[in-house]
Every structure is written in structure tokens, then in C-alpha cells.
Design a binder for this molecule. Structure first.
Ligand SMILES: O=c1ccn([C@@H]2O[C@H](COP(=O)(O)OP(=O)(O)O[C@H]3O[C@H](CO)[C@@H](O)[C@H](O)[C@H]3O)[C@@H](O)[C@H]2O)c(=O)[nH]1
Length: 472
């Protein structure tokens, strides 16, 4: 009989952004199905968005029916529910930097005090600045959950080396190859995360980054939503510093139908439209949930899509330029597109890219989108906008050869869009990309198999946590 007394109870707190909530929810379910008790805390705003979109008051109600012990709580992020966090990004980030920890402290304190099952662990997104302080205060194991590639983690982790060598934070940053980061043979400065290429390095995001990547060094365990075989050297170099486990890709047990609602916006149905299109004929276009772009880029992409004569589904969030500038499409675009294109504000992405009609993905290169696209063997055109997306492009285009680059230095033209769409969707280069992505998909599949690396790492993590709980 399993000794349930030894089962850890973890409080899990995802970063309050769509691309972080999704893998955190799936990790919570995976841990719970392996005997963990989970108390999952969303911010009230995230909860409000998801429940408005799905109607679910308790997002884990269905998962609990399978016998999982997942409790659900919410906490304020310090701002009113109606505050426009997309429009006022920096104010939101300041609140997460300075105010949120006080709310988390109170919520964690109450859960620790009230829980009959002793709380033993805190699993917080790596981008939080308070994890070690709160874990220490309540005597919890400190676990950091990283939702981007290990390469990105390691670059932030070694910010001191980048600084010392003049590739970051010098008045005139070096532009030669970076070849001194442990576990990273070589990377070009143009492939660094946007924040490390920026000229202003005192923004609120930078202040968060400086704190976060000092704090992560105090974590007992780091969990990464990546795959060991994809980034072997990087992961093993990180593991030499701290216990680091590549356990990805973290998907719902049923890939196309999660038991937990995670979408922050209502999903428009695209499936009936896709059903009318030939196999592999549709390009899916989406720039994720967070980054903004400008009107010029949207207009050029729109013209490119028209000129390419390709079928497409385009997710255009109303705030893609700004939530106060929602009139960004060229005049008459929707009429010209007719039945060839479907424009939606949000959709069930996994449903779209796993549909046989979808043959390519023009993406900003968010890490979840990349993993999902690989899983569906859909090759990519990368159009990075922010943060890790530049570094992710290097992995996709240069290292794994499963996608192509839209343009350098973000100069988008309609001609370039047409050319790249054609390369991606038809012909010899397209076939090669499809062959390569099938190989990477196989690698992911193997990692998730019973004796695969992610499954082994996950089980090792559970064993190590239990030992640490017993021995500390
Ligand atoms: O219409 C849509 C669009 C997206 N999604 C889902 O939303 C997630 C989007 O995640 P991702 O592709 O990673 O993009 P972002 O939302 O931009 O994610 C943020 O978080 C990621 C993980 O940390 C980073 O890699 C990104 O750069 C960062 O912008 C994915 O699971 C998609 O399936 C939908 O369900 N419907």
C-alpha cells in the first residue's frame, strides 16, 4: 500500500500570464496524479478571466473527479479586476514586483495554518522575485518552475558572465559570438532574449530579471518544461549547479482536450471551417497572448497573406497593437479574404494546429506554441517580438531546422511574407522542414514514454523531493 503520509503537499503559484498558467495547470494535474496534494493559487484576475471564458468557477472540479487531490484558491495581484493589464504593462509588472508578495505571504500563511495535510513545498514560477523568502518563512521546499527553454534559463543565470565579457550592460555591447556560457557552445548576441539586447536596462522587467535570477540560485529544485535530448549540454551544465529536471513537454493527458479550463478568453470555433479545407492547406497565424506588435507589421502581414493566396486562420487579439487602438487591419481586408481566411480574436490553438487541414504556423515563437507545433509536426515561420522569442527562434531555425525566419531585425514586408509562406507550405524546403519536425516530434514522444528521459526525470524528481522532505 502506498504510504500517503510521505506524499508531498505543494502550493503552486503560476505567473499570472496565459503562457505560464497553461503549463502550470498541466504540471499540477501531473503531480496530483502522482500522489502530490496540490493547492493551486491563481490570481483573482486570472481566475476571473478563465471563469468568464469557460463558465468554470472551480477549474479543477473535473480533474478532482479522477481522485486527484487538487485544491484551488485565488489571491489578489494588488490591482483591481477591471484594470487593463495589457495597456498598463509596466504598472502591472511593478505590482508583481512590489505588491504581490504581501498577498502571497498572507495566502500561503493561511493555507499552511489551515491545512490538515501539512504543506511541504512551494512551486513558484521562476519569474517571481519572492520565492526563496516565502519558502524560507514557511519552511517549504523551494521549487522553481521554468516555462521556457533551458537555453534561456542558462543565459539569464549567467548574466554576470555576459556583463563581465561586455555582451550585456556595457555602453557599447560586443557583437561577436558568445562562447563562454556553460552548456552553450556558441550563441550570437542577436539571439539573446530581447531584454538583454535592449538599450534601456533599468526597466521594471530588468529589475525583475536581476532579482529573479539571483533568487533562483536558492531553489532546492528547478523544473523545466523542456526535453533533455533537445538541450542536453545546457541541461547538464545547469544540473551541475542545482538539481534541474527536464520534464517536458508538459501537456494535458489528453492533448486535444484538457480537463481543466485554462483559456483567459473565449475560444472561437475554427474546426468547422477547417473541416472544409484540404489537408495541409491552411497556415495558422498567432502571436500568443502577451506580446504586442505595430500597425505596420499587421498591415504587411495582412497584404502578404492576401498575395500568398494561401488559406489561413489568423488569431488577432484585440490588443495586439494596443487595447486602445483596435482598428489595425487594412480597409476592406476581410471582404477581400472571403472564405480563404478566418480571423478570430482567440481560439483553441491545439485544436487548430492538430487539425489535418493545418500545414504551417506563422508564430511569434512562444515556447508553448513551439512545443505544441512540434507535437503536431507543423513547421514554423518565426516572427519573434519579445523576450525569449529571439532565442527560441535560434533553436527552431538554426539548431533543429524545423522552421524558417520571417525577417531580420523585424523589418516586415509583404513580399517577404509571401516568399516565406510559400517556402514553408509547398516544395522541397517545406518537405525537408516536415521531415525534420517529425524527427523532433519522435524525440518528444520518446521522452514522454515510460522509460523516456522526461518520465524518468519526473520520477527522479518525486523521489528526490520525498527524500528531502524526510531528511531536512
Ligand atoms: O488563440 C490562441 C492563442 C494561443 N493559445 C495558447 O496560448 C499559449 C500561448 O503560449 P506561448 O506560445 O508560449 O506564447 P505567450 O502567450 O506569448 O507566452 C509567454 O510565455 C511563454 C512561456 O514562458 C514565453 O515563451 C513567451 O515568449 C511569452 O510571451 C499556447 O499554449 C497556445 O496554445 C490559445 O489557446 N489560443
Amino acid at each position: 500500500m502506498a504510504d500517503t503520509h510521505q506524499n508531498p503537499h505543494a502550493i503552486m503559484i503560476p505567473y499570472p500570464l496565459q503562457g505560464h498558467v497553461i503549463p502550470s495547470v498541466h504540471l499540477a494535474v501531473k503531480l496530483a496524479s502522482n500522489g502530490f496534494t496540490i493547492t493551486f493559487i491563481n490570481t483573482q484576475w486570472i481566475h476571473h478571466q478563465i471563469s468568464k471564458a469557460s463558465g468554470a468557477e472551480d477549474i479543477f472540479a473535473e480533474a478532482r473527479k479522477s481522485g486527484h487531490d487538487i485544491r484551488y484558491a485565488t489571491v489578489s495581484d494588488g490591482l483591481p479586476l477591471g484594470f487593463d493589464r495589457s495597456l498598463n504593462h509596466d504598472q502591472y509588472a511593478e505590482s508583481l514586483l512590489h505588491v504581490f508578495s504581501a498577498h502571497v505571504d498572507e495566502a500561503v500563511g493561511e493555507i499552511v495554518k489551515a491545512s490538515a495535510t501539512p504543506v511541504t513545498c512551494l512551486i513558484a514560477d521562476t519569474f517571481y522575485v519572492w520565492t526563496s523568502t516565502i519558502a524560507k518563512k514557511y519552511k517549504l521546499l523551494n521549487m522553481s518552475f521554468w516555462t521556457e527553454p533551458a537555453l534561456v534559463l542558462t543565459l539569464y543565470y549567467h548574466l554576470d558572465l555576459l556583463r563581465k565579457n561586455g555582451h550585456f550592460a556595457s555602453s557599447d555591447n560586443r557583437d561577436d559570438t558568445i562562447d563562454y556560457i556553460p552548456g552553450v557552445p556558441a550563441i550570437e548576441p542577436t539571439d539573446l532574449m530581447s531584454y538583454l539586447q535592449a538599450s534601456n536596462i533599468t526597466t521594471v522587467v530588468h529589475r525583475i530579471i536581476y532579482k529573479v535570477f539571483a533568487d533562483v540560485k536558492k531553489a532546492d529544485f528547478i523544473l523545466c518544461n523542456t526535453v533533455q535530448e533537445l538541450e542536453p549540454e545546457t541541461i547538464s551544465a545547469l544540473h551541475q549547479k542545482q538539481p534541474t529536471y527536464a520534464i517536458g513537454p508538459i501537456f494535458p493527458a489528453n492533448f486535444t482536450k484538457s480537463t481543466v479550463a485554462t483559456s483567459m478568453w473565449s475560444e472561437l470555433d475554427c474546426i468547422r471551417w477547417l473541416d472544409t479545407k484540404p489537408k495541409g492547406s491552411v497556415l495558422y497565424v498567432s502571436f500568443g497572448s502577451y506580446a504586442h506588435t505595430n500597425k505596420h507589421d499587421i498591415v504587411e502581414i495582412a497584404h502578404g497573406l492576401l498575395l500568398s493566396e494561401m488559406n489561413f486562420v489568423w488569431v488577432l487579439r484585440p490588443d495586439i497593437v494596443s487595447s486602445v487602438d483596435t482598428d489595425f487591419l487594412p480597409v476592406g481586408f476581410e471582404d477581400q479574404v472571403k472564405d480563404r481566411g478566418l480571423i478570430v480574436p482567440w481560439c483553441h490553438q491545439i485544436g487548430v494546429i492538430s487539425h489535418p487541414a493545418t500545414g504551417g504556423f506563422l508564430t511569434h515563437g512562444g515556447w508553448n506554441s513551439i512545443l505544441e507545433s512540434v507535437w503536431c509536426s507543423v513547421p514554423l515561420i518565426c516572427f519573434p517580438l519579445l523576450t525569449d522569442q529571439f532565442t527560441n527562434r535560434k533553436l527552431v531555425v538554426d539548431d533543429w531546422k524545423i522552421g524558417i525566419n520571417l525577417c531580420d531585425r523585424r523589418v516586415v514586408t509583404r513580399d517577404k511574407v509571401v516568399t516565406k509562406i510559400k517556402i514553408l507550405m509547398v516544395g522541397k524546403a517545406s518537405d525537408e522542414l516536415r521531415n525534420e519536425i517529425k524527427k523532433v516530434r519522435k524525440l518528444l514522444e520518446n521522452a514522454l514514454a515510460r522509460d523516456g528521459s522526461s518520465e524518468k526525470n519526473f520520477n527522479q524528481f518525486i523521489r528526490d523531493v520525498k527524500v528531502k522532505i524526510q531528511t531536512r
